[in-house]
Design a protein. Structure first.
Length: 282
């Protein structure tokens, strides 16, 4: 299933981010903790190399905490600090203190000179639908940034004053021109790519296949299915359709409805706390 989505405005956003890097001290990269590898834009590696990064493992309430810990241990170093974050239980103090820890050397230089450097300034970057705006609103305590459960909601840059110690510059979510097959699928599973350009039925079929590979009990428990390990993905879709009444005239399966059920329930965390990517695979 070949998936690519790179609207023209994303190229412009990359160029704008590069121009405005001089305005900030460091970057905060929002990562969808269900797909810690696929939700990191590879363009950022070179684009942001001059800045330290605080890596926010967002949507931690939807992902596997054990696997997330392994991921954070793997990617944390002196210039990249990672923390787990749940926007439904905002922790402003943790974000501010971790930002100051990340930038402690730079802060110390100002302090030793008797200078007041003012608040730290950070640029928020990430892919579409990674939860950037929800993260900002959760720590700002207001609707400072537009939010929506679909990619491409943030269209412009905007400054948000979190508190006297930290100011944030929000930027639109950006992808890159060409994805690996697995990466494209994972982005589509989590809603980072617009559903309108997708074959949702095939996408749901592939998600069922991936979930079954992770743990055969995930689908069996939610949809009251037995022996999913030995069922083909299409057979699992059929059984879900029967149990959820997703049928059309003649008793045939309404695969479009089944696809919506599976994708929506995965994205909302109804199927459980699931991380699709293990750090040992990358």
């Amino acid at each position: 299933m070949n998936i690519n989505w790179y609207p023209g405005h994303m190229k412009k956003t990359i160029e704008d981010i590069e121009k405005k890097l001089k305005l900030v001290d460091f970057c905060i990269e929002i990562i969808d903790s269900r797909i810690p590898y696929s939700s990191r834009n590879p363009i950022f590696k070179d684009l942001l190399k001059s800045k330290k990064r605080l890596l926010i493992f967002n949507k931690s309430d939807l992902s596997d905490p054990v696997i997330n810990k392994k991921w954070m241990d793997k990617i944390t170093d002196t210039s990249n600090f990672a923390i787990s974050y749940n926007a439904t239980k905002p922790d402003v103090g943790a974000v501010v203190s971790k930002s100051e820890e990340l930038m402690s050397e730079e802060i110390k230089k100002y302090t030793e000179k008797g200078l007041n450097r003012g608040p730290l300034r950070a640029m928020i970057v990430g892919i579409p639908n990674s939860g950037k705006s929800t993260f900002i609103n959760s720590i700002a305590g207001s609707k400072s940034a537009k939010t929506g459960n679909r990619p491409g909601v943030t269209k412009t840059n905007q400054w948000i004053k979190i508190n006297p110690r930290l100011h944030l510059l929000d930027t639109p979510g950006v992808l890159w021109p060409k994805f690996e097959d697995k990466v494209g699928l994972h982005l589509a599973f989590t809603g980072a790519i617009k559903d309108e350009i997708m074959d949702r039925e095939t996408l749901a079929l592939r998600l069922i296949e991936r979930l079954r590979d992770i743990d055969t009990k995930i689908l069996g428990k939610r949809y009251d299915l037995e022996d999913t390990e030995n069922m083909e993905p299409i057979e699992i879709m059929d059984e879900i359709g029967k149990r959820r009444g997703a049928l059309i005239r003649g008793g045939l399966i309404d695969y479009e409805k089944v696809a919506s059920i599976v994708l929506d329930e995965f994205r909302k965390g109804v199927l459980g706390r699931i991380t699709l990517e293990d750090p040992d695979e990358f």
